[in-house]
Structure formats: C-alpha cells, structure tokens
Write a protein that binds this ligand. Sequence first.
Ligand SMILES: [Zn+2]
Length: 411
Amino acid sequence: MTSTTLFYIIIAIIIINFIVDKILDALNAKHYNDKLPEELQDVYDETEYKKSQNYKATNYRFGILTSSFSVILTLGFLFFDGFEFVDNIARSYSENPIVIALIFFGIIMIGSDILTTPFSYYSTFVIEEKFGFNKTTKKTFVLDKIKGWLMMAIVGGGILSVIIWFYQSTGIYFWLYAWGLVAVFVVFMNMFYSKLIVPLFNKQTPLEAGSLRDKIAAYAETVGFKLDKIFVIDGSKRSTKANAYFSGFGSEKRVTLYDTLINDLEEDEIVAVLAHEVGHYKKKHIIFNLFSSILLTGFLLYILSLFISNPILSNALGVDIPSFHIGLIAFGMLYSPISEITGLIMNLFSRKFEYQADDYAKNTFKAEPLITSLKKLSKNSLSNLTPHPAYVFMHYSHPTLLERIRNLRKQ
Ligand SMILES: [Zn+2]
C-alpha cells in the first residue's frame, strides 16, 4: 500500500463517519415532535414541553454547525499538510523526540482549543443561558479552561513522554510497558479522582446530619453496604442540571450527590437514586467497566505496536520524517472505526447494567420513587423523550426513560 492510498483511506473514514453521524442526528430530529406515550404524558406541562422541543431543535442546529466546522478544519489540515507544518515548527526547537512530540501536541491541542472555544462559549452563555441552565460565570469559564490545559499538560504530557521513552528503549515491546502504565493510572484515577481532581474544579462537603442522611444510612444498613462517604458537590456553580455518581472502590468508595439533585428531589427519591448506584456496585459493574477499559487499552496498544514503526503512517499525513507522534495521529484516525465498534459494545453492556441497577433499586427499595426521580431529572434537563431507536442503539449509554419506566413497572 502507498502512503497516498492510506491518505485517502483516512479521508474516507472521516467523511463516512461524519455522514453516518449526521444521518443519525437527522433521524433523531425527525422524531422530536412524536406523540408522547401514555407513561410520559405527565413529565412536562404544555409550556415546558414547548421549551424542551425548542431546546432540542436549537442544539440540533448548533451541532450541525460545530461538527461541520471541525470536519472542515480536519480535512483542511490534512489537504494542506498542516501536520508537516506543525512538525517543522516543533523540530526547530529541539532534536529530542520527546520534546518534539510535546511541542507538537501542545500546538495542536491549544490551537484546536482556541478555535473551538467560541463554540463552547456560545453553547454555555447563549444556548444554556437562554434555557435557564447556565450558572457559570465568565470567570469560572476562563479558570476551567486554564485548569484543563494545565492538567492536560501535566498528566497527558507526562504519560506521552513516558510512552515515547518506552518506545525508544524497548522497541515494539513498548506496548506492554505502556499498557502497565496506563492500567496503573486508570486504577489510581478511579480510586482517587474524587480526592485529587474534583477539588480543583468543585467544592465537596460531607452530607450533613439530618433526615436525608438517616434515611440513606437506614437503607444502606438493609443491604449490608458500608456507605459512610457521602459528599455533596456544588454542581450549581455551573449548571442547574442534576446528577449523582459513585466512584472508587474498596475503602475509597464514595457517593457524590449534586446540590442541584438535593434541591430537586424528595428524600425518598434521592434514596432510590442511591439504591440504583449501590446496585451498580453490588452487581460488579464498576469493576467490569474498569477491567474492560484496561483490556481495550491493551488491545489498542498492541495494534498500535504492529503499525507504529512503519513510516507509511507518517508519510500518509504528508510528513517526511517518520516519528512516533505523527504515527500516533494517523493511527488514531485509522483506529476510529474500531473504537466506534467497541464503544457500541460498551453501550450495549451499559444499557443492560442500567436495567440491572434499576431492578436492584426496585427489589431492595422501591420502584415508584425511582420512576418519579427519573421523570424529574428528565424534565429538569429538558431531555428528549422520543429518541429514534437507531440513535439510541449507537449513542445511548442508558435505556430511554420510557424503557426504564416500563422495566420498573414490570411485575
Ligand atoms: Zn446507572
């Protein structure tokens, strides 16, 4: 195969991926105005339903704009040898492959971030603002960007440097060492994410004593679950949308509730949401997800090791001097159809797990408060109640609200 053929394969992958995505979006958008099924009639009142229709349509149009922009940008970069241009800049500063790679990715990341910032600014301060979701101040927006960049530079830059160093010292066996490093990192992050990363962006306080805490403790007791780390996070600092999640395992396991969730839901509903989260833990979904992401990473790194030494990868992107970092970019683009497929499989599992966690909440607590909480959460985020099945199949990590209600009401 020549590098020109490979170049056109990459272009084809980008274009096909874009078209498939747009077709799915359009299919989904055609069903925004479908008649609501019986079970969902009481989610919205008339005004709110109109508002949710409007919100979906606005986001749909905005999504076409942003994705078209990014696809045109990527194609332009490929056709006008943008990677070669940035690679030459990086090479003018150093001869060390690690330093070159860091400068190269630094320019690409910051460049693309600057180009896409107007879109995220518009999304936050115009769209989300208009529909009453936005609580982010301009200061928080800017600080989030800076913190995100610093974290990317330290964590991303650190891991990249070590992986290139493995490649230089062990050749194609680098993938085994890189896999070990990533596995340790993933497990570490899973355990300490809430302790180390979340505080950079949010305030977390232990849930204060009172009837909610007592109810949660009473529930945890009935299922023999040690749940002493319950934190409330100031999600309201950025958005009115609510959430709850479980993180860590062993002695580090904890539940995080958004302050917005506590405001929106009744105590029984919060316990039901927690029971669902406990279900994920008890049914070993958290460990399953952790192991599968580590296995998938190993698979990816192994495939990468088969191709990375081939100069055709770099040449396909119009870069004459082959290198690990250019090969990595070309590989990433070629691998994207495979990651679409693995993502799809992970979504299949995830939707199955959601039913299991719902069943767990129903069997160990009650179904009704979970149903009403799900309805409230859908209403408060103006979510789409009639998504197209093909769109659900490809993109949804959770079953639809209707499917979950039907499952919870099933005898
Ligand atoms: Zn869940």
